[in-house]
Write a protein that binds this ligand. Sequence first.
Ligand code: PEP
Length: 248
Amino acid sequence: MAKRLVIANWKMNGSLALADEMVAGFAAQSNVDVIVVPPAVFVSRLIERAQGSFEVGLQDVSQFDNGAHTGDVSASMAADLGATAAIVGHSERRDEHGESDAVIAAKALKALAAGLMPVICVGESLAERESHQAEARVRAQIEAQIDCLALSGDIAIAYEPLWAIGTGKSASAAEAVAMLKEIRKVLREVAADRADQIRILYGGSVNGENIAGLFSHEEIQGVLVGGASLDTEQFAAIIRAAEKAGPV
Ligand code: PEP
């Protein structure tokens, strides 16, 4: 059995005040792993103040070790600070920064090598879903991670359909579960020996109201929460729901 995993992705939001509010309002639950992922500039503050009550991650890491890459942060720098995870391949990075599956695979490898858990985001656009390409798109995104999947070290996959991110329109539990089952199937094909140890999360307009329905399905082993994670009370409700739902 694995603990459910709840990840807060602040995106380019938040402040030192929110970091402190998150720490003050945090109530750890024994059956839930929580990772808060603020903008990189707030990572140190959260790590220092959280004192291990929750983990802290990065929203992205470089595909390089170091050097002339202005604005980038390497996985080993993040690990040095005490971060434990890195989101890679978020659709906003894919869209706004033109990140390809190959670049994302390189980033996931750097994260793993530095001892961070890569949280690899996959998901289809609305056009891909409507043209029945969703499964093929997600399969290709996972197959691109084959080198990373061949290594040991904790990895999570977050299924985030683009049409559900930040739109207030979550995928239905049935839609999410169907794709999560498909992802598990692909993992078993490409990484048979460790496929069942990889936690698969859902992300896309998760909030305090729809979380119980999502967590009533054992396939949803965790959630990646954007907007609702900025509201400390709502985020706490999501963590409580994970505890109530129990391990998977
Ligand atoms: C996300 O950014 O990963 C996300 C799922 O955002 P939201 O919850 O706001 O849809």
